[in-house]
Design a protein around this ligand. Structure first.
Ligand code: NI
Length: 401
């Protein structure tokens, strides 16, 4: 199986070139015409026969620009989907390089590398059709950063006929092991992410005569504190959960009590049941605090993505296959889940699968956080992501794992 690693190393130059070309044309959300055209053309030139573009049904009925491509093996078997996200961020790049973006957007999260690694898998699998059982479906998904790209693709049938799915995140998010290492975790890997908005209504008036008013500023302040006591008093200390209020807006002058104050925040959990319970308690708490202070509050919850819940059996298979393909020191257990979110969760809600991390750090102090205008990744690690996914696609249906 380490032949796969060698083959992947041999096309390393091509993977890096794909990544750089995509890095030059970053686009955001569902509006990715150049990126989608590029992927479509490359898939065609790699000899893939079954390619569908404009996959994804948006809320207004319009189509998105996702792409799905299938390669069918010469013997019967199951279908594995592999997903890469396509979108960049509205960040002005500050890295000086010959392939830096000049259009005001930036691939500052590594999705350019995800697409390049997946094109590498397409190339290696297309050359090994006779070794492939069943089918591999390659999913290129828009709008991950805005966490509304996976569901439109599901609605358009992206997982139709699929038995399992895998996907990875590269970059500096995870840096255990050496550069190029793959990280796995059974169970929950990433958090559910929901947004809540509360509007407190009181009765405005003079700041010197508060007894003649109903003060929504105080309601908002009490609520922010009370929300933290949900975490400290109603959630097991062994269950991770975060409530963060990131915005408070209201008022126009230092000596006037306003009519209305708005707060906005996010809830993160690693447990779907806890998520449901806490969304209810956030609403009850805010409404209750406002009522107890003679005002009222209207709470709106905007659901985000669910928990990224890996299937244990798929993860164990992946660990074994990655160790065989890359060596024992290149596959690690991820020591902690993250409270960041990922809409890959929507795929995992439908079929079994695993999301995993790929270490693309430099290991020399150059590493920058994701979404930073100076973000860079270590291109010399990309071959290992391609190798791990290719090996899994070829061997996951064997009984030996
Ligand atoms: Ni990302």
């Amino acid at each position: 199986m380490n032949k796969i690693s060698e083959a992947s190393k041999q096309i390393e130059g091509q993977i890096i070139e794909w990544r750089r070309e995509l890095h030059r044309i970053p686009e955001v959300s569902h509006d990715l015409p150049k990126t989608a055209d590029y992927i479509f053309r490359e898939l065609q030139s790699l000899g893939v026969e079954s390619i569908i573009k404009n996959v994804g049904i948006l809320r207004n009925g319009a189509k998105s620009c996702g792409i799905i491509a299938d390669i069918t093996g010469t013997s019967n078997g199951k279908t594995l989907a592999i997903r890469a996200d396509m979108d960049a961020l509205p960040i002005r790049e500050e890295v000086l390089s010959p392939f830096a973006s000049v259009n005001g957007n930036m691939h500052a999260c590594g999705h350019d590398a995800h697409m390049a690694m997946l094109l590498g898998v397409v190339k290696l699998i297309a050359e090994r059709r006779s070794e492939l059982k069943g089918k591999v479906r390659f999913i290129f998904q828009p709008a991950e950063e805005t966490i509304n790209g996976a569901v439109p693709m599901l609605l358009d049938g992206a997982l139709y006929g699929v038995d399992a799915i895998i996907g990875l995140h590269t970059g500096t998010l995870w840096n255990e092991g050496k550069p190029g290492a793959i990280g796995f975790r059974t169970g929950a890997l990433m958090a559910s992410t929901d947004r809540f908005i509360a509007q407190f209504k009181g009765k405005g008036g003079h700041g010197a005569m508060p007894h003649l008013t109903v003060d929504p500023v105080l309601m908002a302040c009490q609520s922010v504190c009370q929300l933290q006591s949900i975490i400290s008093r109603e959630v097991s200390p062994l269950s991770p959960a975060v409530i963060t209020v990131g915005m408070i807006n209201g008022g126009a002058a230092f000596n006037i009590i306003p009519d209305i104050v708005r707060i906005e925040g996010t809830l993160r959990t690693l447990d779907p049941e806890l998520r449901k319970r806490l969304l209810l308690r956030i609403t009850e708490t805010i409404e209750g605090v406002a009522r107890s202070m003679r005002g009222s509050a209207e709470v709106t919850v905007i659901p985000g993505c669910g928990v990224v819940q890996n299937d244990d059996e798929v993860v164990l298979k992946m660990v074994n296959i990655a160790k065989q393909a890359l060596g024992d020191d290149m596959a690690h257990v991820i020591s902690e889940p993250t409270m960041g979110g990922e809409d890959f969760s929507a795929f995992l809600d439908k079929v079994e699968g695993a999301y995993f991390f790929h270490n693309a750090t430099f290991g020399d102090g150059r590493d920058m956080p994701h979404h930073n205008p100076k973000f860079q990744l270590n291109e010399l690690t990309l071959w290992s992501g391609t190798a791990a996914m290719t090996a899994f696609a070829l061997y996951w249906q064997e009984d030996i794992w």
